[in-house]
Design a protein around this ligand. Structure first.
Ligand SMILES: Cc1cc2nc3c(=O)[nH]c(=O)nc-3n(C[C@H](O)[C@H](O)[C@H](O)COP(=O)(O)O)c2cc1C
Length: 185
């Protein structure tokens, strides 16, 4: 297997991070990978907000806690944990937003996100793609916060990616469903 294929298979969703920040040169390389993703009709109508500011991350955590406490049981339980972090205490969080009026924007942003995950793994940095932040970003307070995060007018949250060095053991790979490929030769 070549290195690219190995990196793709080795990547796991990481949900425990060390507090240590990732090097800026690595972050730049990761974001470069993001913007080199393909996009429908080359529209590139995505936006990436890279958050490393601890006060801002704490502020988002408090909003998440408030919203999730009155959400479904699984969310409510998580939010009650005094050590709760919607981003698993990752030191870098990337909010990916896309032009709400652009066709295939979910696909475009997903491809950019996958580039981020793979580039991060290739540099020894753990990551997790998440859509659950939609739960609190979609509230009135969440929308106001997205504005402050520099999300352009008319853009919506698509997904969020956490980045940082993995704490503890790499999670075991989850078994992949079988028979999901049809070959016609
Ligand atoms: C569209 C999408 C949304 C996801 N949302 C979340 C999420 O909100 N929270 C989370 O912890 N993981 C989330 N994940 C990660 C998946 O749970 C994970 O990819 C899956 O369990 C397979 O594990 P692996 O990434 O380690 O191979 C999401 C993944 C995708 C593709």
């Amino acid at each position: 297997m070549n290195e690219t294929l190995e990196v793709i298979k080795r990547r796991r969703s990481i949900r425990k991070y060390k507090p240590e920040q990732i090097p800026d040169a690595d972050l730049q390389a990761i974001m470069e990978a993001a913007i080199w993703a393909p996009s429908a009709i080359n529209q590139q109508r995505w936006h990436f907000t890279v958050i490393q500011n601890k006060d801002l991350l704490n502020e988002i955590t408090e909003l998440a806690r408030e919203v999730m406490k009155s959400g479904p049981e699984f969310f409510a339980k998580r939010a009650q944990d005094p050590n709760f972090s919607p981003f698993f205490h990752a030191p870098t969080v990337i909010v990916i937003s896309g032009d709400a009026g652009a066709r295939f924007i979910q696909l475009d942003c997903a491809l950019a996100a996958q580039n981020i995950l793979i580039a991060a793994e290739s540099l020894g940095i753990g990551s997790c793609i998440m859509t659950s932040p939609e739960f609190f970003f979609s509230t009135e307070k969440g929308q106001a916060l997205l504005k402050r995060l520099g999300v352009p007018e008319g853009y919506k949250h698509i997904c969020t990616v956490t980045l940082g060095y993995m704490e503890g053991e790499r999670p075991e790979p989850k078994p992949r469903r079988e028979n999901t490929v049809t070959y016609l030769r």
